[in-house]
Design a protein around this ligand. Structure first.
Ligand SMILES: [Zn+2]
Length: 152
């Protein structure tokens, strides 16, 4: 994964998570939010460079085909992400504990969901190259209406 793409993914995760805001931290402007698991504070540079303990969490683990689709991503501290990997990634996908953790993380991510703050300078949203084909993701109603208008 190229670094700018990885940083863009991290930034977009923070942008749609209402626990993240711009702060002054140790004399530097950065982004600060909460680990999706334990709520410990984690940071990102304004360009998406991860702080010392900030990692990208795949809610459905990549070992089980979890994608880079935005709804499968969250930000987590390295300790939680590492523990989840060790404890769960080797289990079968129908393992009850793994399924419970996936459900919990999905709910938590949805509870935190917001529109990206308009004053954040975000890079283009990275493609989720491993996600479902584009035709399973119809355009929003507004986009469809605009398309119809153009055809008339
Ligand atoms: Zn954590």
């Amino acid at each position: 994964m190229s670094r700018p793409l990885h940083h863009a993914r991290l930034l977009w995760c923070a942008a749609v998570d209402r626990t993240w805001r711009r702060v002054d931290h140790r004399g530097r402007r950065c982004l600060m939010g909460k680990c999706i698991h334990c709520n410990r504070k984690i940071t990102l540079g304004l360009d998406g460079t991860p702080g010392p303990t900030t990692t990208l969490e795949h809610i459905v683990p990549r070992t089980h085909g979890g994608t880079h689709a935005p709804e499968n991503l969250a930000l987590a501290c390295a300790r939680c992400n590492g523990q989840k990997g060790v404890r769960l990634d080797g289990r079968p996908i129908d393992d009850p504990t793994l399924q419970r953790v996936i459900r919990t993380l999905r709910t938590r991510r949805e509870d935190r969901l917001r529109s990206p703050p308009p004053d954040w300078r975000l890079p283009p949203q990275p493609p989720d190259t491993l996600a479902e084909p584009a035709d399973e993701d119809p355009p929003a109603d507004g986009a469809k209406r605009r398309a119809r208008r153009r055809r008339r």
